[in-house]
Design a protein around this ligand. Structure first.
Ligand code: ADP
Ligand code: MG
Length: 289
């Protein structure tokens, strides 16, 4: 059984079964055997977010949000509309600077660096709407994406070396578009465009992938393929997946973080969070899964 300890400040400590539940919805119970210092936590996680708050004209979009991501982890983030999911992504990518809190990606302080630097350092974000170049081929789209990362080293007109071409072929294989290599991107199905865009992120070799509702509008077959794709990336990439499709979340989820009113309401397996009274209440009778 998962242990429930007090938060914030939350501390995953040394216990792999660690789960947190907001103190608003549970009695605080402190387990000192799981305690570790802030610097130990920074070393332990690839992404370290503590006590983040973001206000828009007095309204708190994030309110003391604390969350950690382990290297290679696939994490699902769910929550009702307005919970703060997009704002969380905006803080991680450096698009929005919080009023308070700390955000670290390895030893990079995300609050002191701009979006371009953070993206180049290895945090790739995929927005909901695919933004591929329809008139270019699938391979050319990947090529452009790879070169965009390398503009400092070479011009956009320079041709790719063999190792880059091999890498892009590997990316094509990973996202299941090898047979579409020469196809015009505009002719791809909606799902294939989404995979191409994930491929374009992978071409830039990110360490962390932030994906905003990647299966929205996909057919059941495409959703299944996307599940396989994300599971194949687990381990070599850390992934934060914001998603509304609960069946999909259940199929990919290892740990699910539920956001509500700008902070973490519950965190655990899909079954654990779905049974959490605060989560059920937050969804106002709607099905959690
Ligand atoms: P989610 O992605 O979970 O639906 P958001 O992060 O988009 O939630 O928004 C959280 C809250 O912050 C919402 O109530 C939203 O209206 C508000 N918000 C987000 N961005 C802005 C902004 N730029 N200006 C004012 N309010 C904003
Ligand atoms: Mg959103």
């Amino acid at each position: 059984m998962a242990k429930i300890i007090a938060a914030p400040p939350v501390n995953p400590g040394l216990d792999p079964n660690y789960r947190i539940v907001s103190p608003k919805h549970s009695k605080p119970k402190l387990d000192l055997t799981t305690w570790e210092t802030k610097s130990q936590r920074k070393l332990r996680y690839v992404l370290f977010l503590e006590e983040l708050s973001v206000s828009f004209e007095g309204f708190k979009a994030l309110d003391g949000l604390t969350m950690y991501l382990t290297d290679g982890e696939l994490r699902c983030v769910i929550g009702p509309n307005g919970a703060g999911k997009t704002t969380l992504m905006d803080v991680i990518t450096g698009h929005t600077k919080p009023d308070t809190g700390e955000a670290w990606y390895m030893d990079i302080n995300l609050l002191e660096n701009d979006e371009v630097f953070i993206a180049r350092s290895g945090i790739g974000r995929k927005f909901q709407k695919p933004s591929v170049f329809d008139s270019l081929s699938v391979f050319q789209n990947l090529e452009l994406s790879l070169k965009a990362k390398k503009t400092v080293l070479r011009t956009l007109t320079a041709s790719l070396g063999q190792s880059d071409r091999d890498r892009l072929s590997f990316v094509l294989e990973t996202v299941g578009l090898t047979n579409e290599r020469a196809s015009q991107a505009g002719t791809l199905s909606h799902g294939q465009k989404q995979w191409l865009e994930i491929g374009m992120l992978l071409a830039q070799e990110p360490k962390i992938l932030l994906l905003d509702e990647p299966v929205a509008g996909m057919t059941p077959g495409e959703i299944e393929r996307t599940t396989e794709l994300l599971l194949s990336l687990e381990g070599t990439h850390s992934i934060i997946l914001v998603e509304h499709d609960m069946e999909f979340v259940r199929s990919v989820a290892r740990t699910v973080t539920v956001l509500h009113q700008g902070s973490v309401l519950a965190e655990g397996t899909m079954d654990e969070v779905a049974a959490h009274p605060g989560v059920i209440e937050a969804y106002l009778g709607g099905t959690v899964c």
